[in-house]
Write a protein that binds this ligand. Sequence first.
Ligand SMILES: Cc1ncc(COP(=O)(O)O)c(C=O)c1O
Length: 390
Amino acid sequence: MQSFPVSDTLKRLPEQFFAKLVKKVQALSSEGHDVINLGQGNPDLPTPNHIVEELKTAADNPVYHKYSPFTGHAFLKEAVATFYKREYDVDIYPESEVAILFGAKTGLVEISQCLLNAGDTALLPDPGYPDYMSGIAMANANSVFMPLLEKNNFLPNYQQLNQADLEAAKLLFLNYPNNPTAGVANKEFFDETIEVAKQNEICVVHDFAYGAIGFDGKKPQSFMQSAGAKDIGVEMYTLSKTYNMAGWRVGFAVGNTSVIKSLNLIQDHLYVSLFGAVQQAAEKALLGDQTAVDELVATYESRRNVFVEKLQEIGWNVQAPRGTFFAWLPVPEGYTSEEFADLLLEKAHVVVAPGNGFGEAGEGFVRAGLLADEDRLAEAAARIGKLGIF
Ligand SMILES: Cc1ncc(COP(=O)(O)O)c(C=O)c1O
Protein backbone atom coordinates (compact mmCIF):
# COMPACT_ATOMS: atom_id res chain seq x y z
CA MET A 1 0.00 0.00 0.00
CA GLN A 2 1.21 3.50 -0.83
CA SER A 3 2.43 5.45 2.18
CA PHE A 4 1.81 9.17 1.72
CA PRO A 5 4.30 11.56 3.26
CA VAL A 6 2.91 14.12 5.68
CA SER A 7 2.95 17.83 4.91
CA ASP A 8 5.66 20.14 6.21
CA THR A 9 3.04 21.60 8.56
CA LEU A 10 2.53 18.26 10.26
CA LYS A 11 6.26 17.60 10.34
CA ARG A 12 6.71 20.75 12.39
CA LEU A 13 4.36 19.54 15.15
CA PRO A 14 6.21 18.93 18.43
CA GLU A 15 6.55 15.38 19.65
CA GLN A 16 3.91 14.35 22.19
CA PHE A 17 6.20 14.03 25.20
CA PHE A 18 3.71 12.19 27.38
CA ALA A 19 2.90 9.42 24.88
CA LYS A 20 5.95 7.52 26.19
CA LEU A 21 4.68 7.78 29.77
CA VAL A 22 1.21 6.54 28.79
CA LYS A 23 2.80 3.44 27.23
CA LYS A 24 4.83 2.68 30.35
CA VAL A 25 1.72 3.00 32.50
CA GLN A 26 -0.29 0.72 30.21
CA ALA A 27 2.47 -1.90 30.33
CA LEU A 28 2.52 -1.92 34.15
CA SER A 29 -1.28 -2.03 34.43
CA SER A 30 -1.56 -4.87 31.93
CA GLU A 31 0.88 -6.86 34.10
CA GLY A 32 -1.77 -6.59 36.82
CA HIS A 33 -0.09 -3.98 39.04
CA ASP A 34 -2.23 -1.57 41.05
CA VAL A 35 -1.06 1.68 39.49
CA ILE A 36 -2.08 5.04 41.03
CA ASN A 37 -2.15 7.37 38.07
CA LEU A 38 -1.61 11.00 39.04
CA GLY A 39 0.13 11.75 35.77
CA GLN A 40 -2.71 13.09 33.68
CA GLY A 41 -5.11 16.02 33.74
CA ASN A 42 -8.38 14.22 33.17
CA PRO A 43 -11.02 15.14 35.80
CA ASP A 44 -12.08 11.94 37.60
CA LEU A 45 -15.58 12.97 38.76
CA PRO A 46 -18.77 12.95 36.67
CA THR A 47 -20.60 15.88 35.09
CA PRO A 48 -23.34 17.19 37.45
CA ASN A 49 -26.58 15.37 36.84
CA HIS A 50 -28.72 18.38 35.92
CA ILE A 51 -26.38 19.10 32.98
CA VAL A 52 -26.52 15.50 31.74
CA GLU A 53 -30.33 15.55 32.03
CA GLU A 54 -30.46 18.78 30.02
CA LEU A 55 -28.48 17.12 27.23
CA LYS A 56 -30.85 14.13 27.22
CA THR A 57 -33.91 16.36 26.85
CA ALA A 58 -32.25 18.60 24.30
CA ALA A 59 -31.19 15.62 22.18
CA ASP A 60 -34.88 15.08 21.35
CA ASN A 61 -35.25 18.56 19.84
CA PRO A 62 -35.29 18.20 16.04
CA VAL A 63 -34.00 21.77 15.63
CA TYR A 64 -30.67 20.47 16.90
CA HIS A 65 -30.62 17.64 14.37
CA LYS A 66 -29.94 20.22 11.70
CA TYR A 67 -26.73 22.22 11.30
CA SER A 68 -26.16 24.66 14.15
CA PRO A 69 -25.61 28.35 13.33
CA PHE A 70 -21.95 28.61 12.25
CA THR A 71 -20.78 30.73 15.16
CA GLY A 72 -22.96 28.94 17.73
CA HIS A 73 -26.39 29.60 19.18
CA ALA A 74 -27.13 33.12 20.40
CA PHE A 75 -28.49 31.71 23.68
CA LEU A 76 -25.09 30.23 24.56
CA LYS A 77 -23.24 33.47 23.78
CA GLU A 78 -25.74 35.32 25.95
CA ALA A 79 -25.20 32.75 28.73
CA VAL A 80 -21.45 33.37 28.52
CA ALA A 81 -22.02 37.11 28.96
CA THR A 82 -24.32 36.50 31.95
CA PHE A 83 -21.72 34.12 33.44
CA TYR A 84 -18.93 36.72 33.13
CA LYS A 85 -21.11 39.41 34.68
CA ARG A 86 -22.14 37.13 37.55
CA GLU A 87 -18.71 35.62 38.26
CA TYR A 88 -16.37 38.54 37.47
CA ASP A 89 -18.54 41.63 37.11
CA VAL A 90 -17.26 42.01 33.55
CA ASP A 91 -19.44 43.22 30.66
CA ILE A 92 -19.17 41.08 27.53
CA TYR A 93 -21.18 41.73 24.36
CA PRO A 94 -22.48 38.34 23.27
CA GLU A 95 -22.49 38.90 19.50
CA SER A 96 -19.10 40.53 19.04
CA GLU A 97 -17.07 39.45 22.07
CA VAL A 98 -17.77 35.70 22.38
CA ALA A 99 -16.55 32.82 20.19
CA ILE A 100 -17.87 29.33 20.95
CA LEU A 101 -15.12 26.69 20.83
CA PHE A 102 -14.81 22.91 20.75
CA GLY A 103 -12.98 23.10 24.07
CA ALA A 104 -10.25 25.57 24.92
CA LYS A 105 -7.59 23.39 23.26
CA THR A 106 -9.11 24.10 19.86
CA GLY A 107 -9.08 27.86 20.37
CA LEU A 108 -5.57 27.83 21.81
CA VAL A 109 -4.28 26.09 18.68
CA GLU A 110 -6.41 28.09 16.23
CA ILE A 111 -5.36 31.46 17.58
CA SER A 112 -1.82 31.10 16.26
CA GLN A 113 -3.17 30.40 12.81
CA CYS A 114 -5.46 33.40 13.14
CA LEU A 115 -2.79 35.91 14.10
CA LEU A 116 0.68 34.64 13.18
CA ASN A 117 2.52 34.53 9.86
CA ALA A 118 5.55 32.38 9.14
CA GLY A 119 8.57 33.73 11.02
CA ASP A 120 6.51 35.74 13.54
CA THR A 121 7.22 35.44 17.26
CA ALA A 122 5.00 34.20 20.07
CA LEU A 123 5.83 34.31 23.78
CA LEU A 124 4.80 31.37 25.88
CA PRO A 125 5.29 30.06 29.40
CA ASP A 126 7.98 27.53 30.27
CA PRO A 127 6.86 25.21 31.76
CA GLY A 128 3.49 25.36 30.05
CA TYR A 129 0.58 23.53 28.49
CA PRO A 130 2.09 21.90 25.37
CA ASP A 131 -0.67 22.78 22.89
CA TYR A 132 0.30 26.46 22.66
CA MET A 133 3.40 25.21 20.86
CA SER A 134 1.40 23.05 18.48
CA GLY A 135 -0.48 26.04 17.07
CA ILE A 136 2.67 28.14 16.84
CA ALA A 137 4.44 25.31 14.99
CA MET A 138 1.55 24.92 12.55
CA ALA A 139 1.73 28.63 11.80
CA ASN A 140 5.50 28.20 11.22
CA ALA A 141 6.15 30.93 13.78
CA ASN A 142 8.86 31.08 16.46
CA SER A 143 8.32 30.22 20.11
CA VAL A 144 10.13 32.34 22.68
CA PHE A 145 9.83 30.91 26.17
CA MET A 146 9.19 32.94 29.32
CA PRO A 147 10.60 31.02 32.31
CA LEU A 148 8.16 30.58 35.20
CA LEU A 149 10.40 30.40 38.25
CA GLU A 150 9.50 29.57 41.82
CA LYS A 151 11.26 32.71 43.09
CA ASN A 152 8.87 34.79 40.91
CA ASN A 153 5.79 32.85 42.10
CA PHE A 154 5.74 31.14 38.71
CA LEU A 155 4.91 34.41 36.92
CA PRO A 156 6.97 35.58 33.93
CA ASN A 157 9.30 38.49 34.67
CA TYR A 158 8.80 40.89 31.73
CA GLN A 159 11.84 42.97 32.77
CA GLN A 160 14.07 39.98 32.33
CA LEU A 161 12.84 39.14 28.84
CA ASN A 162 14.91 40.11 25.88
CA GLN A 163 13.63 43.53 24.70
CA ALA A 164 13.97 42.48 21.05
CA ASP A 165 11.74 39.45 21.69
CA LEU A 166 9.11 41.66 23.30
CA GLU A 167 9.20 44.04 20.36
CA ALA A 168 8.99 41.18 17.86
CA ALA A 169 6.22 39.26 19.64
CA LYS A 170 2.70 39.29 18.21
CA LEU A 171 1.12 36.85 20.64
CA LEU A 172 1.63 36.13 24.34
CA PHE A 173 0.17 33.07 26.07
CA LEU A 174 -0.56 33.06 29.80
CA ASN A 175 -2.37 30.56 31.99
CA TYR A 176 -3.43 31.20 35.61
CA PRO A 177 -4.22 29.29 37.76
CA ASN A 178 -1.31 27.58 36.04
CA ASN A 179 -0.84 24.13 34.65
CA PRO A 180 1.63 22.67 35.60
CA THR A 181 3.05 24.90 38.41
CA ALA A 182 -0.28 25.62 40.19
CA GLY A 183 0.83 29.27 40.39
CA VAL A 184 -1.86 31.95 40.59
CA ALA A 185 -1.92 35.51 39.24
CA ASN A 186 -3.25 38.67 40.84
CA LYS A 187 -4.73 41.82 39.29
CA GLU A 188 -1.41 43.71 39.49
CA PHE A 189 0.24 41.09 37.31
CA PHE A 190 -2.52 41.26 34.70
CA ASP A 191 -2.41 45.08 34.79
CA GLU A 192 1.33 44.95 34.17
CA THR A 193 0.80 42.44 31.35
CA ILE A 194 -1.64 44.81 29.66
CA GLU A 195 0.84 47.65 29.89
CA VAL A 196 3.66 45.57 28.40
CA ALA A 197 1.36 44.20 25.69
CA LYS A 198 0.10 47.66 24.74
CA GLN A 199 3.61 49.07 24.55
CA ASN A 200 4.70 46.27 22.26
CA GLU A 201 1.41 45.69 20.37
CA ILE A 202 1.13 42.09 21.49
CA CYS A 203 -2.13 40.17 21.64
CA VAL A 204 -2.55 38.46 25.03
CA VAL A 205 -4.24 35.07 25.20
CA HIS A 206 -5.13 34.16 28.74
CA ASP A 207 -5.96 30.48 29.16
CA PHE A 208 -8.39 30.40 32.10
CA ALA A 209 -8.96 26.64 32.03
CA TYR A 210 -8.69 26.41 35.84
CA GLY A 211 -10.60 29.63 36.45
CA ALA A 212 -12.98 28.02 38.94
CA ILE A 213 -10.36 26.19 40.96
CA GLY A 214 -8.89 28.44 43.63
CA PHE A 215 -8.28 27.36 47.25
CA ASP A 216 -8.36 28.90 50.71
CA GLY A 217 -11.39 31.00 49.82
CA LYS A 218 -9.57 32.86 47.03
CA LYS A 219 -11.37 33.08 43.71
CA PRO A 220 -8.94 33.16 40.77
CA GLN A 221 -8.63 36.50 39.01
CA SER A 222 -9.92 36.80 35.44
CA PHE A 223 -7.70 38.66 32.96
CA MET A 224 -10.88 40.41 31.81
CA GLN A 225 -11.17 42.08 35.23
CA SER A 226 -8.23 44.33 34.41
CA ALA A 227 -8.99 47.62 32.67
CA GLY A 228 -8.03 47.52 29.01
CA ALA A 229 -7.91 43.71 28.75
CA LYS A 230 -10.39 43.68 25.89
CA ASP A 231 -8.31 46.21 23.96
CA ILE A 232 -5.37 43.88 23.88
CA GLY A 233 -6.46 40.29 24.31
CA VAL A 234 -8.83 37.43 24.87
CA GLU A 235 -9.51 34.93 27.62
CA MET A 236 -10.28 31.29 26.85
CA TYR A 237 -12.55 29.40 29.21
CA THR A 238 -13.57 25.77 29.19
CA LEU A 239 -16.38 23.81 30.81
CA SER A 240 -14.01 20.79 31.02
CA LYS A 241 -12.73 21.48 34.52
CA THR A 242 -15.39 23.71 36.12
CA TYR A 243 -18.19 21.26 35.34
CA ASN A 244 -16.25 18.01 34.73
CA MET A 245 -17.20 18.14 31.05
CA ALA A 246 -13.83 17.30 29.45
CA GLY A 247 -15.39 14.78 27.08
CA TRP A 248 -18.12 17.16 25.90
CA ARG A 249 -15.72 19.53 24.11
CA VAL A 250 -17.17 22.91 24.94
CA GLY A 251 -15.44 26.16 25.72
CA PHE A 252 -15.37 29.76 24.59
CA ALA A 253 -13.18 32.81 24.07
CA VAL A 254 -14.18 36.29 25.23
CA GLY A 255 -12.64 39.67 24.63
CA ASN A 256 -11.14 41.65 21.77
CA THR A 257 -13.63 41.87 18.89
CA SER A 258 -11.05 41.59 16.11
CA VAL A 259 -9.64 38.39 17.61
CA ILE A 260 -13.12 36.95 18.19
CA LYS A 261 -13.91 37.71 14.56
CA SER A 262 -10.76 35.88 13.41
CA LEU A 263 -11.57 32.85 15.56
CA ASN A 264 -15.07 32.75 14.10
CA LEU A 265 -13.65 33.09 10.61
CA ILE A 266 -11.24 30.15 10.91
CA GLN A 267 -14.00 28.06 12.50
CA ASP A 268 -16.32 28.94 9.60
CA HIS A 269 -13.89 27.06 7.41
CA LEU A 270 -13.13 24.17 9.75
CA TYR A 271 -16.47 23.29 11.35
CA VAL A 272 -20.11 23.97 11.80
CA SER A 273 -20.56 24.79 15.51
CA LEU A 274 -21.15 22.25 18.29
CA PHE A 275 -24.19 19.95 18.44
CA GLY A 276 -27.07 22.21 19.54
CA ALA A 277 -27.98 19.93 22.43
CA VAL A 278 -24.45 20.26 23.83
CA GLN A 279 -24.84 24.04 23.54
CA GLN A 280 -28.12 23.89 25.45
CA ALA A 281 -26.52 21.76 28.17
CA ALA A 282 -23.60 24.19 28.31
CA GLU A 283 -26.07 27.05 28.81
CA LYS A 284 -27.57 25.04 31.69
CA ALA A 285 -24.11 24.52 33.18
CA LEU A 286 -23.27 28.24 33.07
CA LEU A 287 -26.63 29.57 34.26
CA GLY A 288 -27.98 26.71 36.42
CA ASP A 289 -27.30 25.73 40.01
CA GLN A 290 -23.59 26.25 40.83
CA THR A 291 -23.57 24.14 44.02
CA ALA A 292 -21.69 21.35 42.25
CA VAL A 293 -18.87 23.75 41.37
CA ASP A 294 -18.45 24.76 45.01
CA GLU A 295 -18.49 21.11 46.03
CA LEU A 296 -15.91 20.23 43.40
CA VAL A 297 -13.53 22.95 44.56
CA ALA A 298 -14.02 21.79 48.18
CA THR A 299 -13.24 18.22 47.09
CA TYR A 300 -10.00 19.24 45.39
CA GLU A 301 -9.04 21.39 48.36
CA SER A 302 -9.59 18.58 50.79
CA ARG A 303 -7.62 16.18 48.56
CA ARG A 304 -4.84 18.76 48.43
CA ASN A 305 -4.79 19.01 52.21
CA VAL A 306 -4.53 15.24 52.63
CA PHE A 307 -1.89 14.81 49.92
CA VAL A 308 0.33 17.68 51.03
CA GLU A 309 0.09 16.65 54.68
CA LYS A 310 0.99 13.04 53.89
CA LEU A 311 3.88 14.09 51.65
CA GLN A 312 5.20 16.36 54.38
CA GLU A 313 4.86 13.51 56.87
CA ILE A 314 7.17 11.33 54.78
CA GLY A 315 9.67 14.20 54.74
CA TRP A 316 9.00 15.62 51.27
CA ASN A 317 9.11 19.39 51.58
CA VAL A 318 6.30 20.43 49.23
CA GLN A 319 4.27 23.63 48.87
CA ALA A 320 0.47 23.48 48.95
CA PRO A 321 -0.98 24.48 45.56
CA ARG A 322 -3.27 27.54 45.65
CA GLY A 323 -5.27 26.61 42.56
CA THR A 324 -5.80 24.03 39.76
CA PHE A 325 -5.96 20.33 40.54
CA PHE A 326 -2.19 19.87 40.31
CA ALA A 327 0.65 19.78 42.81
CA TRP A 328 4.07 20.85 41.50
CA LEU A 329 6.57 18.91 43.52
CA PRO A 330 10.34 19.50 43.77
CA VAL A 331 12.48 16.52 42.80
CA PRO A 332 14.98 15.42 45.46
CA GLU A 333 18.66 16.03 44.80
CA GLY A 334 20.44 13.49 42.66
CA TYR A 335 17.60 12.84 40.22
CA THR A 336 16.37 14.44 37.04
CA SER A 337 12.60 14.88 36.73
CA GLU A 338 12.40 11.94 34.39
CA GLU A 339 14.56 9.66 36.53
CA PHE A 340 12.48 10.47 39.58
CA ALA A 341 9.16 9.96 37.76
CA ASP A 342 10.49 6.62 36.46
CA LEU A 343 11.53 5.60 39.97
CA LEU A 344 8.07 6.38 41.40
CA LEU A 345 6.46 4.48 38.56
CA GLU A 346 8.66 1.40 38.75
CA LYS A 347 9.13 1.10 42.51
CA ALA A 348 5.92 2.64 43.92
CA HIS A 349 3.58 2.22 40.95
CA VAL A 350 2.67 5.88 41.31
CA VAL A 351 2.49 7.89 38.11
CA VAL A 352 3.52 11.55 38.07
CA ALA A 353 4.39 13.69 35.06
CA PRO A 354 8.06 14.73 34.77
CA GLY A 355 8.28 18.52 34.80
CA ASN A 356 10.67 18.75 31.84
CA GLY A 357 7.82 17.47 29.63
CA PHE A 358 6.29 20.94 30.04
CA GLY A 359 9.49 22.77 29.10
CA GLU A 360 13.11 23.15 30.15
CA ALA A 361 12.28 25.26 33.19
CA GLY A 362 10.10 22.40 34.44
CA GLU A 363 13.24 20.35 35.12
CA GLY A 364 13.57 19.70 38.83
CA PHE A 365 9.83 19.17 39.38
CA VAL A 366 7.17 16.53 38.84
CA ARG A 367 3.45 17.22 38.51
CA ALA A 368 0.88 15.18 40.43
CA GLY A 369 -2.84 15.49 39.72
CA LEU A 370 -5.29 15.56 42.63
CA LEU A 371 -7.44 13.31 40.51
CA ALA A 372 -7.92 10.35 42.81
CA ASP A 373 -9.82 10.15 46.08
CA GLU A 374 -8.21 10.98 49.41
CA ASP A 375 -7.45 7.36 50.31
CA ARG A 376 -5.64 6.78 47.03
CA LEU A 377 -3.68 10.01 47.42
CA ALA A 378 -2.69 8.99 50.96
CA GLU A 379 -1.75 5.54 49.65
CA ALA A 380 0.39 7.14 46.91
CA ALA A 381 2.22 9.21 49.55
CA ALA A 382 2.70 6.13 51.76
CA ARG A 383 4.13 4.12 48.87
CA ILE A 384 6.55 6.94 48.05
CA GLY A 385 7.48 7.14 51.75
CA LYS A 386 8.39 3.44 51.77
CA LEU A 387 11.08 4.08 49.16
CA GLY A 388 13.04 5.77 51.93
CA ILE A 389 14.25 8.65 49.75
CA PHE A 390 13.31 11.57 51.97
C1 LIG B 1 -3.88 24.76 30.76
C2 LIG B 1 -4.90 24.06 29.95
N1 LIG B 1 -5.49 24.71 28.94
C3 LIG B 1 -6.41 24.12 28.18
C4 LIG B 1 -6.79 22.82 28.39
C5 LIG B 1 -7.76 22.18 27.44
O1 LIG B 1 -9.06 22.31 27.83
P1 LIG B 1 -10.23 21.78 26.92
O2 LIG B 1 -10.68 20.49 27.52
O3 LIG B 1 -11.25 22.82 26.99
O4 LIG B 1 -9.73 21.60 25.54
C6 LIG B 1 -6.22 22.09 29.43
C7 LIG B 1 -6.59 20.69 29.63
O5 LIG B 1 -5.95 19.91 30.23
C8 LIG B 1 -5.24 22.73 30.23
O6 LIG B 1 -4.63 22.09 31.22
